[in-house]
Each structure stands twice: as structure tokens, then as C-alpha cells.
Design a protein. Structure first.
Length: 317
């Protein structure tokens, strides 16, 4: 195999109560990545949409993730000369960088997934997640997995533990849909993590782990009422909400129209709302538009089913 075309989905991390542990994949938007094994050593990445890449490759999430994969590959294959493998990569970013819907995760996860295919699948899913997490470390300062895991595995994923890495895929109720609004302001993940408290109250912890357990139960029982009651974050959201214009108004208005609930997507600035069914999800997206149209902030909205498959690929001859 010489080349693959990869579709890497946008993702929503945290899913309200599950800070750093729960995430889900969207059907739309998704990045397109073309990967070719090359006779020339090294990794060459081009953005096909004209926007620039970081000048320093060490700051490029895709480059770093792929380098980790190649290093491991060379160790395991006992290669003498690590410069023997080359990759040409063309990225079409449909997921806006800095949007809070897993743009860096899509690049990192998509590239390691594609490289694994081209090398004959030497790595397991958990290894691919680990490589992609190294890309996340570059993007945000922390190697969190709640975007790269759902990007690679699809559906809703839960990180039970980071050390050792233990990730499981959860059930996705049939009629679960998502609405997203992306206010086009900059919120750096590293800054949004910096402002968080390092210690939390026991009463908040109890409420949060009750919500996480019930959210997982709600997903399995396809109990939309339980899902709705569990979409509450008493630890992170109260601190980060100030970063997002009209955040509480958005939440209230979306729930009034029928959304199950939602919160900040990852570290923001996007906000997500879950709904039962396409019809309600579209109404929720309309309300998001109504809340934001009087504000002096550019924004984009999306309505999507949950992506159950994760990254998809096709061979290029
Ligand atoms: N769990 C991470 C955070 C996701 O909220 O900081 C970042 O996209």
C-alpha cells in the first residue's frame, strides 16, 4: 500500500461532567488527510487549504505524533537507520484550529492511524492513542486522551485510567444528536487549564462522580432523562464559563427548546448541546444562532449525529 485517504472526525471532550475522561466523535465536521509512504526519508506535511503550519516541527501536533510512532516502529523493527522511512502528508483542515472540537486531535489521530495502515498495522488502538496523545501534549501542554480516543475509536469513550492507559467505548443511544456553536474567539487550551483549581471540595467531587456514573448508565439504558440530569459539571465549567460570551444564556435557551443539556466543548470556545433526535437538535442549533446573532462575535454552528465508527480510511493506489 502506497497511500491512504483518512477522514478524521471532530470530537467533544469532557461531555460536561467527564473532565479529561469522557469524549465523543461527531459525524461532521471532519478533516481529510492524504498520507503517502515516500522513498525520501523524513516527514513532510502540507496544508492544502492555504493556512500556515507552525515553522517549528516540534510545535506541529501531527509531526510530533508521527515521530513518536516512527521511533517505536524503528525500535521494534530494530532498524539501523531511522531516516529510512518517509511520509508525505496533505492535510485539509475542515475542523477549525482552536475551535475546541478536537482539531489538533483529528490531525494527530488521523496521521498515526494512516501511518499504521501504511506500515501494515503493527500497532494496537491503545498504542495509536498514546502516540496521538503526544501531539495533544504539544497543543495543550497535557497529554489528555478525551479527544484522540473518540476520534480513533468512534462513539463515546471513557478513560478509566491514564496510568496505565485504560480506555473503553460506551454505548451510544440511537437517537442521540449534537448541536455545536463555535464562537470565533481564541481560548487556548493551555490557558483554560491554567485557571483551574488543583484542589476541589469533597461535596463537589461527590456530585461529579455521581453524575459521571449516571451518565454512563443513561447511555447504556438509553434513558434520555437520566442523560439530561447527568449533564452537569460543578468543577470545571463554573471556572471556564467566563471565557465564553453568553454561555449561560445559550444553555438556558437551548434547554428551554428541548436540549437534554450540554456544556463547554473541551476547553472551549465551542459549546455543545445533546438532543434526542435530529428534529430537536436542529431547533437547538437555530436557538444557538438566535442567541449569537445580536452579539459582535463571528460564529459557526453544526448539527451532527454521533459518529460511531471513528476515523475512516480508503486506500489510494
Ligand atoms: N479535557 C481537555 C480540557 C480537552 O478540557 O482541557 C481539551 O480539548
Amino acid at each position: 500500500m502506497k497511500g491512504v485517504k483518512i477522514f478524521a472526525p471532530a470530537t467533544v471532550a469532557n461531555l460536561a461532567c467527564g473532565f479529561d475522561v469522557i469524549g465523543l466523535a461527531l459525524d461532521f465536521p471532519k478533516d481529510e488527510i492524504f498520507l503517502y509512504k515516500s522513498n525520501y526519508p523524513g516527514i513532510r506535511i502540507h496544508r492544502m487549504d492555504g493556512s500556515p503550519l507552525p515553522n517549528d516541527p516540534k510545535k506541529n501536533v501531527a509531526f510530533v505524533a508521527l515521530q513518536f510512532l516512527l521511533k517505536k516502529y524503528q525500535q521494534e523493527q530494530r532498524f539501523d537507520n531511522e531516516k529510512k522511512i518517509g511520509f508525505e502528508i496533505e492535510l485539509i483542515k475542515n475542523i477549525h484550529p482552536g475551535s475546541g472540537i478536537g482539531s489538533s486531535a483529528a490531525s494527530a489521530a488521523g496521521i498515526v492511524y494512516g501511518a499504521n495502515k501504511l506500515l501494515g498495522n503493527p500497532f494496537s488502538t491503545i498504542q495509536l492513542i498514546r502516540f496521538a496523545m503526544e501531539g495533544e501534549r504539544v497543543a495543550s501542554g497535557t497529554a489528555h486522551a478525551d479527544n484522540v480516543a473518540p476520534a480513533i475509536m468512534g462513539g463515546v469513550t471513557l478513560v478509566r485510567s491514564y496510568k496505565p492507559l485504560d480506555i473503553t467505548k460506551l454505548n451510544v443511544p440511537n437517537e442521540l444528536w449534537i448541536s455545536i456553536i463555535h464562537p470565533q474567539i481564541e481560548v487556548k487550551t493551555s490557558d483554560a487549564r491554567e485557571i483551574l483549581k488543583q484542589k476541589i471540595l469533597m461535596t463537589d467531587a461527590i456530585r461529579q462522580w455521581g453524575n459521571i456514573g449516571a451518565l454512563v448508565a443513561g447511555l447504556y439504558q438509553e434513558d434520555y432523562g437520566l442523560i439530561s440530569r447527568s449533564l452537569e459539571d460543578v468543577i470545571v465549567e463554573p471556572i471556564r464559563a467566563v471565557l465564553i460570551p453568553a454561555f449561560y444564556e445559550l444553555k438556558i435557551r437551548c434547554k428551554e427548546i428541548g436540549a437534554l443539556g450540554g456544556g463547554i466543548s473541551g476547553s472551549g470556545p465551542s459549546v455543545f448541546m445533546l438532543s434526542k433526535g435530529n428534529h430537536t437538535a436542529k431547533k437547538v442549533t437555530e436557538i444557538m444562532n438566535k442567541v449569537y446573532s445580536p452579539l459582535k462575535v463571528d460564529y459557526k454552528t453544526y448539527t451532527s449525529p454521533i459518529n460511531r465508527q471513528g476515523i475512516r480510511w480508503a486506500e489510494i493506489l
